[in-house]
Design a protein around this ligand. Structure first.
Ligand code: 5GP
Ligand code: ZN
Length: 118
């Protein structure tokens, strides 16, 4: 069973901030912003690349609810999902990073030269 499936099953503790029948949201263990939440489906989905449009529709509403719950909806926030090796995905269970609580930088994503040959 993967790490985030264990979090869903309460086999690994986490700081859950919102949950419904399909999704769970909890604080990232290594926050990269003052607010850094992970929103995941309760059933195992490998990544965004494998998610159904039907699940994404529900996920969208859940992410809106998370932003409201942690009071970043009005101030603004960022949603990121990393996909596969080049996307930098480390945990192979679909998750959306919800970041906020400060003005976020828009920076450096790759060591490869975007103008050159990758
Ligand atoms: P990825 O790199 O796969 O997009 O993001 C994985 C995220 O999961 C990272 O931001 C990392 O800090 C977080 N993470 C990894 N293990 C745990 C854990 O056991 N508990 C929590 N709450 N977050 C975790
Ligand atoms: Zn899983």
């Amino acid at each position: 069973m993967c790490l985030f499936c264990k979090i869903v099953n309460r086999e690994i503790p986490s700081n859950i901030i919102l949950e419904d029948e399909n999704f769970v949201a909890f604080h990232d263990i290594n926050p990269k912003a003052p607010v850094h939440i992970l929103a995941i489906p309760k059933i195992h989905v490998d990544s965004f690349d494998a998610v159904s449009p039907e699940m994404m529709a529900k996920m969208t509403t859940f992410i809106h609810d998370v932003a409201k719950e942690v009071n970043i909806q009005k101030s603004g926030y960022r949603v990121i999902t990393n996909i596969g090796e080049n996307g930098g995905q480390e945990v192979g269970h679909l998750h959306f990073h919800i970041l906020g609580g400060a003005r976020l930088k828009w920076g450096h994503f790759s060591d490869a030269d975007p103008q050159g040959h990758f």
